[in-house]
Unconditional design. Structure first.
Lengths: 112, 116
């Protein structure tokens, strides 16, 4: 069975500071990995995804994530956060059937 | 980018009534759509996979007679919550798989159901 753990429920970061959101997954084969962002009352927007190839993945809005098979991790990073980055972030794992399992999410608060 | 639209975005109904939620892919054809349920402050839980022209595949623990899914066309899937009860109150989100672009899953904006 596939599963995702996001250890941090809530992170507060100052505007302009760096951000890292942790994601660990459990999956029997090579996983498809995703990061999504959700603003209050909204659907999900894809930030980036990893299927294969280069383990450092660039996404939209200045985000990147690194797939580390040895650690079963797919952490999301941004060098300098903006106030508009305040949202809920979800890590998800799946396969080529696109049935995704989501982590519990990490709420990011950005302080001025 | 591709757009997936859900309607209604917000609905309140009385206990015992049925509610239909639509999920439309606006600029691409989606042979496969997925329905998720999200409780407050929790993650999304996959309910079912909706395949155009065939029966939906439900995840374990999801009552197929309770949550009726119809994928009658390549751009529309519907979720009907039958005989709704307060415990069915939730945020329902659909996603659509774009066959033209590998790995492109697009999510709708969600539909919030409140059952009184």
């Amino acid at each position: 069975a596939q599963s995702v753990t996001q250890p941090d429920i809530h992170i507060t970061v100052s505007e302009g500071a760096s951000l890292e959101l942790r994601c660990n997954y459990s999956y029997g084969a090579t996983p498809y990995l995703f990061w999504y962002v959700q603003s209050p009352g909204q659907g999900l927007q894809l930030l980036l995804k990893y299927f294969s190839g280069d383990t450092l993945v660039q996404g939209i809005k200045g985000f990147e994530a690194e797939f580390k098979r040895s650690q079963s991790s797919f952490n999301l990073r941004k060098p300098s956060v903006h106030w508009s980055d305040a949202a809920e972030y979800f890590c998800a794992v799946g396969s080529n059937d696109y049935k995704l399992s989501f982590g519990a999410g990490t709420t990011v608060t950005v302080r001025a | 980018g591709a757009v997936v639209s859900q309607h209604p975005s917000w609905v309140i109904c009385k206990s015992g009534t049925s509610v239909k939620i639509e999920c439309r892919s606006l600029d691409f054809q989606a042979t496969t759509m997925f329905w998720y349920r999200q409780f407050p402050k929790q993650s999304l839980m996959l309910m079912a996979t909706s395949n155009e022209g065939s029966k939906a595949t439900y995840e374990q623990g999801v009552e197929k007679d309770k949550f009726l899914i119809n994928h009658a066309s390549l751009t529309l899937s519907t979720l009907t919550v039958t005989s709704a009860h307060p415990e069915d109150s939730s945020f329902y989100i659909c996603s659509a798989l774009s066959g033209g672009r590998a790995g492109e899953l697009f999510f709708g904006e969600g539909s919030r159901l409140t059952v009184l």
